[in-house]
Design a protein around this ligand. Sequence first.
Ligand code: RM4
Ligand code: MN
Ligand code: MN
Length: 425
Amino acid sequence: MKIEQNKIQDYNQKQEDHQADFQFLAERLNRRGVDVENLLEDFKALQIAIPSWALGSGGTRFGRFALGGQPGTLEEKMSDIGLIHQLTRMAGRISLHIPWDIPEDVPHIQAVAGEYGLEFDAMNSNTFQDQKDQKLSYRFGSLSHTDAAVRQQAIDHNKQVIDYGEALGSKSLTIWLADGSSHPGQSNMHKALRRTGDSIAEIYAHMPEDWSLFIEYKPFEPYFYSTVIPDWGTSYLLATETGERAYTLVDLGHHLPGTNIEQIVGVLISRGKLGGFHFNDSKYADDDITTGSIQPYQLFLIFMEIVQGLRENDQNPSIAYMIDASHNIKDPLLDLMESLDALGQAYIKAKLVDYDVLAEAQEDNDVTLSSMILQDAFQTDVRPLIREFRLRNGGLIDPLGFYRREGIREELIKIRGSETVATGL
Ligand code: RM4
Ligand code: MN
Ligand code: MN
């Protein structure tokens, strides 16, 4: 769905407080030596990919609630992401999951992407589910399976995903391996890891030379006793053994409670091995809820590590950002826009930190000053700046308000009906 630009302008004109709010913030920041214009320009580079599986209503193992107007085709999914991008100007990328979203007609799909100003982000393979006509089952694993024929099937699937992605213009593959065991003794864990490394090497060899491989990790689920790639260390090990263009991907929901994720981020950047992120938030496990809704301070600290890390380690390539969320109750489009906003806030706040002054405080072991610097940035309300960014780039000062006021979900239900079910989780 595309919104007429004059509707956007009309709505923006009604946001009477915005100019005063922005002026107040800009003057305050300028006084502190922050170049606001530069920050606004720089912000354009923060484009976050939206996965094709996050636009419908997800479910839990207990059930799935209906959400009307879900996208039933890849084109409709692109239309939803296009809409989010039009309203927020922050979501110019789409990440596809195969076989949930096979691009049958590549030139057509590219044309649709072009129409909405979208580029193709990382491709995602799926060897955690059995598909209808699949010969061998992944019940006991895929890339790590004891049977070479199952491993080969999973390897071939990943190669095919690369081929689809190459045709579309994507430049990376993300592997999330569900493989693991649910019972002690079920699997020889180090043999499983060895087999996985060999499988990944074959997939890597199939990638075009300008492609990157991202390896996710996750401590449990769907298996409950062990996973083959449980943590960043194992992912880093595999990425290092696989090759230069293999990297670790950090999904915020894939850690045990209390894990210091920002430290992982800093360490990976220092070794040039941080490939990308899957953003979401959680209280307990892989809850996949709205980014920044539970632990906004952690999100800010992660972005600090990114900003600081990239300043100090130019060997790390540019980082791929994606929201990996699942929506059981909220309208996915509203929720994704909330997440984008939280990401924008964390990024700008991290940019407000004066890293030279912080470095001095750290050298002097001035612990209080260090935390004062962090708090000062974190407690700044930077929302007017993001609103200004959207306004200047043709988006909306208040995208959530617009979406609700205009009844966009109701409109989508009218067009698509209330029965469609999007592929995905
Ligand atoms: C997994 C993981 C993967 C995503 C699937 C749908 O938990 O986060 O990135 O592809 O879910
Ligand atoms: Mn993920
Ligand atoms: Mn996940």
